[in-house]
Design a binder for this molecule. Structure first.
Ligand code: FEO
Length: 394
């Protein structure tokens, strides 16, 4: 892929990682990803906005050579995580006069992670600007999207916002701009769920902060650019501000079939009451899909057998994940089967301290489900449907 011109003398110079399947040794990447870096040539100064993952630094350097970039004056580090900052040392080596522009906090993190020397930094305050000659970069501090040191960069004359991770999507594509909004909506929502959702309140504040900026293009550091910014702004607005929907997320494990029978019964009982259910077999599911489902869900029901007197480790992992992702959930319940005893409910429920949820009567049964157990599941479905209705979750 060659550099792509976005506006006269403004270029995409990033790298597309088609084959990467795991991020942070944690997050599945079914569609690969990209590390978007941008070059802006003013009449006097040249700036690079973010770099690329260190594994692809040669791609970035090659792009700069193709554009015959003889000098880079500024390397803007919107965010210190290495998929954007990891190639900065190589850029600094190639362009010895270049300075790294970062928030004071980002400077500290970059110095720790990449050992960039003090004299290579210029720190910027919120709303500070630098002039490139005919072009102005404004730096908007936006902490906690998703690290404490993050900022956004706004190119005033071209009305382009470079928000780094915010609004991004893990999607490898040759399209510079979004062409298939359905596909990008799903990828961006998954990205939001996995990376941004724990910082919903901070994102609300930052959306407020940028609402009066005229924006023609949003150029994130992962996935395609938005030349119709209202598409992603509206989506984010709904994810962070809207009430949850009439949805139950049901991650479960079944070892010998009893818990599965209960799950199938409950799913049907909820569906009969017009509650949408998303069911995930944790032995096989893509954990990113589970995270995505949690964005809008009002209730999580965890289905687990009892293993060694507690929940199955896979369901403990799902509970841990839901707790750290901090979705808008309002209700939780636990169903499952045990052989002789244990503290499954106490242990699982105790793993959700971050969630402001009401625990609805769990249904834990001995062995295979019988008539009374199915009745208890019916009651649980009835309670969930009623609670959703009372809150007007639609
Ligand atoms: Fe794309 Fe937080 O790094």
């Amino acid at each position: 892929m060659r550099p792509r011109e976005i506006r006269p003398r403004v270029y995409w110079v990033g790298a597309i990682d088609w084959d990467r399947r795991l991020f942070d040794a944690l997050i599945p990447l079914p569609d690969g990803t990209s590390y978007n870096s941008y070059l802006i040539k003013g009449s006097e100064k040249t700036a690079l906005i973010d770099s690329v993952d260190p594994t692809m630094q040669d791609v970035l350097i090659n792009h700069l050579s193709q554009l015959e970039v003889e000098s880079v004056d500024y390397v803007v580090a919107n965010h210190a995580e290495q998929d954007h900052s990891g190639a900065i040392p190589r850029v600094l080596e190639k362009y010895p006069q270049a300075k790294v522009i970062a928030t004071p906090r980002c400077k500290g993190v970059l110095a720790d992670l990449l050992m960039i020397p003090e004299e290579r930094f210029i720190t910027v305050n919120d709303k500070e600007t630098i002039l490139l000659g005919g072009r102005t970069l404004e730096f908007i501090h936006a902490p906690w999207v998703h690290w404490p040191e993050t900022m956004l960069t706004y190119l005033r004359e071209d009305k382009i916002l470079f928000p780094c991770d915010l609004f991004g999507s893990h999607l490898a594509t040759t399209d510079l701009y979004v062409t298939d909004e359905g596909q990008v909506y799903e990828a961006a929502k998954r990205y939001y769920a996995e990376i941004m959702m724990p910082f919903q309140t901070n994102i609300q504040k930052n959306l407020e902060k940028i609402k009066d900026y005229a924006i023609d293009i949003i150029a994130p550091s992962h996935g395609p650019l938005y030349d119709r910014p209202e598409f992603i702004l509206k989506a984010y607005h709904s994810w962070v501000f809207d009430e949850p929907k009439n949805i139950v997320v049901l991650p479960y494990i079944s070892m010998h079939g009893s818990t599965r029978k209960m799950v199938e019964y409950l799913v049907e009982a909820l569906a009969q009451r017009d509650v949408t259910v998303q069911q995930f077999d944790l032995a096989a599911t893509d954990i990113g899909k589970l995270a995505l489902a949690l964005v809008d869900a009002a209730t999580i029901v965890i289905g687990t057998p009892t293993v060694l007197a507690g929940p199955h480790p896979n369901t403990a992992y799902a509970a841990f994940l839901a707790n750290v992702l901090r979705p808008k959930l309002k209700f939780v319940s636990i169903i499952g089967s045990y052989g002789w005893g244990g503290r499954t409910v106490e242990q699982l429920a105790g793993m959700l301290p971050n969630l402001k949820v009401e625990l609805l009567s769990p249904v834990l049964i001995k062995g295979s489900p019988r008539e009374a157990d199915f009745k208890a599941l019916d009651n649980l479905a009835k309670t969930i449907a009623r609670k959703h209705k009372e809150h007007n979750f639609i």
